[in-house]
Design a protein around this ligand. Structure first.
Ligand code: HEC
Length: 146
């Protein structure tokens, strides 16, 4: 399977998972051989053994939970309203920290996924975004994305 094809499958799986299709995990296990790379990239399932958030990122977590989690899910795992931020698509080299500020200020036109547009998020200051980004980057590192 080409890398591009595996990538598309990963994205599709991620979307399904974001919709809460638990059977996807069974599917992933069943198709282990071809999909091994994909499983390795997926963030830990919600409710799994997530590390305790270090104090340095606690403020970012609080802000994230208040303003982003409704769509991007607890600990960046995604929901049916928005994509997981703990995902290769959002690794630092693909979406730098500045992309977060622009997203919060101006919103995002749907282009990577099919969740629709992200509206601007009012009432989130630049230091808030910096704290949120630090938290999300930490979550990404926990998942081996950096
Ligand atoms: C109402 C739902 C919603 C909320 C609330 C929300 N987002 Fe999003 N966000 C989305 C969707 C949907 C996308 C994906 C758009 C696409 O690429 O298809 C997205 C994409 C992004 C992106 C990628 C931007 C890019 O350049 O591709 C970043 C970064 C982001 N969101 C950060 C945040 C942060 C930080 C917060 C909280 C302050 C937040 N979002 C709150 C729905 C939301």
């Amino acid at each position: 399977m080409s890398i591009a094809r595996a990538w598309v499958m990963c994205e599709r799986l991620d979307r399904l998972r974001a919709r809460g299709a638990r059977s996807v995990w069974a599917l992933v296990a069943g198709a282990a051989a071809g999909m091994a790379a994909c499983v390795g990239e997926a963030p830990p399932p919600p409710g799994g053994e997530a590390a305790v958030t270090p104090a340095a990122f606690a403020e970012g977590e609080r802000r994230y939970d208040a303003t982003c989690a409704a769509c991007h899910g607890p600990r960046g795992t995604g929901t049916d309203r928005g994509p997981p931020l703990v995902h290769r698509v959002y690794e630092p080299s693909h979406h730098g920290d500045a992309a977060f500020l622009v997203a919060v200020r101006q919103g995002v036109r749907a282009h990577h996924w099919r969740f629709g547009d992200m509206p601007p998020v009012p009432g989130v200051s630049e230091p808030d975004v910096v704290a949120i980004v630090a938290y999300v980057r930490w979550l990404q590192r926990q998942a081996g994305i950096d």
